[in-house]
Design a protein around this ligand. Sequence first.
Ligand SMILES: Cc1cc2nc3c(=O)[nH]c(=O)nc-3n(C[C@H](O)[C@H](O)[C@H](O)COP(=O)(O)O)c2cc1C
Length: 325
Amino acid sequence: MKTRITELFGIDHAIIAGGLQWLANAQYVSAAARAGIIGFITAASFDDIDQLREEIHKCRDLSDGKPFGVNVSMLPKLVEGERTEQVFKLIVDEGIRFVETSGRNPEPYLPALHDAGIKVIHKVPAVRFAKKAEAAGVDAISLVGAECGGHPGLDMVGSMVLATLAARSLKVPFVIGGGIGSGEQLAGALALGADGVIIGTRFLVADEIWAHNGYKEKLLEAQETDTTLVLQSLRNTLRALRNDTTHEVQRLEAEDPGNLELLMPHISGQVGRQAYETGDWSRGALSVGQAVAFADRTEPLADIVARIAQEADKALERTRSIASA
Ligand SMILES: Cc1cc2nc3c(=O)[nH]c(=O)nc-3n(C[C@H](O)[C@H](O)[C@H](O)COP(=O)(O)O)c2cc1C
């Protein structure tokens, strides 16, 4: 498969494995590299810069010379101020070639990154932000719709509408995401004019994701209706697995909208990390999207990718035969 995205990153499949807080480490990201897609070590998972440096070295050792990148999420309370500068400096010093940014417009950092030959893909939840990022000079865009795990933005427009509109208004290469977990959807995304897809949720059951099996088993059982939205009152909407925490957060948000202090003990990243460690999925605001419905077994990431690629080939074949009938 050859698209502007496979060319940009030097990958075999038009699939990007987006950053995953706590989970996208060297083990996962190098598995993505070896599977012929690109993944991003999530900088915000590492408390100090030396740990992140070590993780980058480890990933390089495990990636067989294949491309990988670093995710810099600039949402409030993730990587802020000084730390963002420090992370970008490390990325340049380490000779990283690809960066996925999210949360805020990366414009202030682009000159330094481009001077170092780094390609930047910026993730946004709306076409108007995509256009802004394009004007600011990013190399590619990830556009995620309402179905996505994590932060779908405030507009809640579905990925199919976003992809079609983006194809009509963007010039830079873009991938579409939010609810993508099958090859049929990859084929569909290409037909809509996207250059590939971005996936988070579907890959959470990969063997290389270090989280506890209890958590993965819950994901295998979960259906497309088992996620819910929280934190709208903070204007920081999150799609997460429906559990005790999301129920409680929804109750608190109805009672006292926007009270961060009240919500913090429930939504802090540390509670989420514990769920991954113990497998007790009932607590924590655990980012999960509607594509969880496609997760049917735990297996190596490369096998999930291979299945998606085969499904895409079949779907493309089917559309070709319909077109030529
Ligand atoms: C568990 C989880 C953690 C995530 N953490 C981050 C993050 O730290 N930074 C980021 O930019 N995106 C994060 N995302 C979003 C993904 O990179 C990706 O954009 C999204 O999962 C795509 O939609 P999907 O979940 O429907 O596949 C996360 C998603 C999930 C499911």
